[in-house]
Ligand binder design. Structure first.
Ligand SMILES: Cc1cc2nc3c(=O)[nH]c(=O)nc-3n(C[C@H](O)[C@H](O)[C@H](O)COP(=O)(O)OP(=O)(O)OC[C@H]3O[C@@H](n4cnc5c(N)ncnc54)[C@H](O)[C@@H]3O)c2cc1C
Length: 464
């Protein structure tokens, strides 16, 4: 049917899909978007946004306990977990409604239902009212991902949770086990630990936040342990024995199995892409470990089929998904966009203290054969950090000794998730130490530490 024919059909309305749809509409394409559950995807509904709302509550709670340090009085400090969750759900709902509004504003056809790909250029959608058949020369698959579950450690929603349960917890954990110390695991560990849960994190690798620079991981571990979090690295949860009100975890560490009791467990061991049952294999798309294999322009190898965001290669982050969305919409509209460079995508973890990074770690730079210069600057040397009462943290920069190219930047401390963007822009502009040293950073700001870290790499640091 001609009315069901579009220039571009997007499947999935997460930050990848809805941004692709908007950019396509801006470029004059006739766009439809298919979504089976919620506008805004995991990011707005069960990921980035509701977690940050919850973490903001725990941050304020933490600060209230420090009131005296600031000359303030706060008595009878407490929390109402239901109200914390209600606020987080409200924030998610507000933003999800905002996406629906943006679809309308951009004249994008929204079809609510489950999509499959019966043939090249065809999308079949199971809606409440029956099946709708749509067609388009270009299809953008942005179906995202869900929590990975390990055999025997599956979530049950009662005592063992995925991130979804942890965002609407049936009870406040007293003794919590977090399995996995990537960004998601560490953010939940930080939230519940700050609210008073006796929290243990188990990580199979030799350090927490394993994708970060080793120095930042070590700093984070020390800081979390100071906050009474227990951390077990090179450890593996082998088994969970579930009883009515407790879970006994069998944790293998140093060749021995220890048994520990918890009342709640959060499993945060990665994600699985939502790529099964769509008909991708039949079309000829290649799938590896659930993710669709694509080239640097998100092309799947099947004519007219692009795959973006969490459904394809990492890093599995919302801003990477959105950027790919813009890129494929521009390609489809006949433009010549640049490919997304994974090394220039910043990663942020909103624990306390925050962690943020972009580019190569020191070890990665060395492995790639670079002769490097490394700069470091501690928060304790920065006036604004001290005035804020946030003197814990550091900023590390890695440069190519030969060319002065900024290869990577790694931060831990207050507000670093906002600061990292400065280095992201620097890398995009292929900046060298020269420009960074000549840039004038405003005083007093935390950003001055970004300057000082660069100066330190070249033995010109001022404030330490
Ligand atoms: C707890 C948590 C915290 C996170 N925090 C951050 C963060 O701070 N920063 C960050 O950058 N990233 C964060 N992420 C990751 C981020 O959420 C994802 O990278 C991002 O959502 C990926 O976007 P996407 O558009 O690819 O997919 P999604 O957001 O997963 O959206 C996919 C959409 O497709 C729909 N869909 C799936 N299959 C079909 C189908 N067959 N038919 C129709 N619709 C379908 C789904 O319902 C969903 O709405 C977090 C993730 C989690 C779980």
């Amino acid at each position: 049917m001609a009315s069901n024919s579009y220039d571009m059909i997007v499947i999935g309305a997460g930050p990848g899909g809805y941004v692709a749809a908007i950019r396509g509409a801006q470029l004059g394409l006739n766009v439809a978007i298919v979504e089976r559950e919620h506008m805004g995807g995991i990011c707005l509904n069960w990921g980035c946004i509701p977690t940050k709302a919850m973490l903001r509550s725990s941050e304020v709670f933490h600060l209230m306990h420090r009131a005296k340090e600031f000359g303030l009085k706060a008595e009878g400090i407490g929390y109402d977990l239901d109200a914390v969750v209600k606020r987080s759900r409200g924030v998610a709902k507000q933003l999800s409604s905002g996406v629906a509004h943006l679809m309308k504003k951009n004249k994008i056809t929204v079809v609510m239902g489950e999509a499959t790909l019966p043939a090249k250029g065809k999308v079949s959608v199971k809606t409440d009212k029956g099946t709708e058949e749509l067609s388009a020369k270009n299809i953008v698959l942005a179906t995202g991902a869900r929590a990975r579950e390990l055999p025997g450690l599956e979530a049950d929603g009662e005592r063992v949770w995925t991130y979804k349960h942890a965002l609407v917890p049936p009870h406040m954990p007293k003794k919590l086990l977090v399995i996995g110390s990537g960004a998601i695991g560490i953010e939940f560990a930080s939230f519940y630990n700050t609210l008073g849960a006796d929290t243990t994190v188990v990580e199979v690798m030799d350090r927490i936040l394993p994708v970060e620079d080793a120095e930042i991981s070590a700093f984070a571990k020390k800081s979390f342990e100071k906050q009474k979090m227990k951390i077990k690295v090179k450890a593996m949860v082998k088994q969970l024995d579930r009883a009515k009100d407790k879970v006994t975890a069998h944790i293998k560490i140093d060749g021995k199995v220890e048994k520990h009791e918890f009342d709640s467990v959060i499993s945060a061991v990665g994600i699985v892409a939502n790529t099964e049952g769509l008909g991708l294999e039949k079309l000829g798309a290649k799938i590896e470990k659930s993710f669709v294999v694509t080239d640097a322009f998100c092309r799947s190898g099947v004519e007219g089929l692009y795959v973006i965001g969490d459904a394809t290669n990492g890093p599995w982050l919302a801003h990477k998904a959105s950027h790919e969305g813009v890129m494929v919409a521009e390609l489809i509209a006949g433009g010549h966009p640049h490919a997304v460079e994974p090394d220039s995508i910043a990663g942020c973890t909103y624990c306390h203290p925050q962690v943020a990074s972009v580019g190569l770690t020191e070890a990665q730079a060395k492995d790639k054969g670079y002769k490097i210069k490394v700069g470091r600057f501690p928060f304790i040397g920065n006036g604004k950090a001290i005035a804020m009462g946030e003197a814990e943290g550091m900023i590390k920069t890695v440069f190519d000794d030969k060319t002065g190219e900024l290869l990577g930047a790694h931060m831990i401390g207050a507000e670093v998730t906002e600061l990292i963007q400065g280095y992201v822009v620097g890398r995009q502009l292929e900046t060298t130490e020269e420009e960074l040293m000549h840039a004038v950073f405003p005083h007093p700001t935390l950003s001055e530490m970004m300057h000082e870290s660069v100066l330190d790499a070249y033995d010109r640091v001022i404030h330490i």
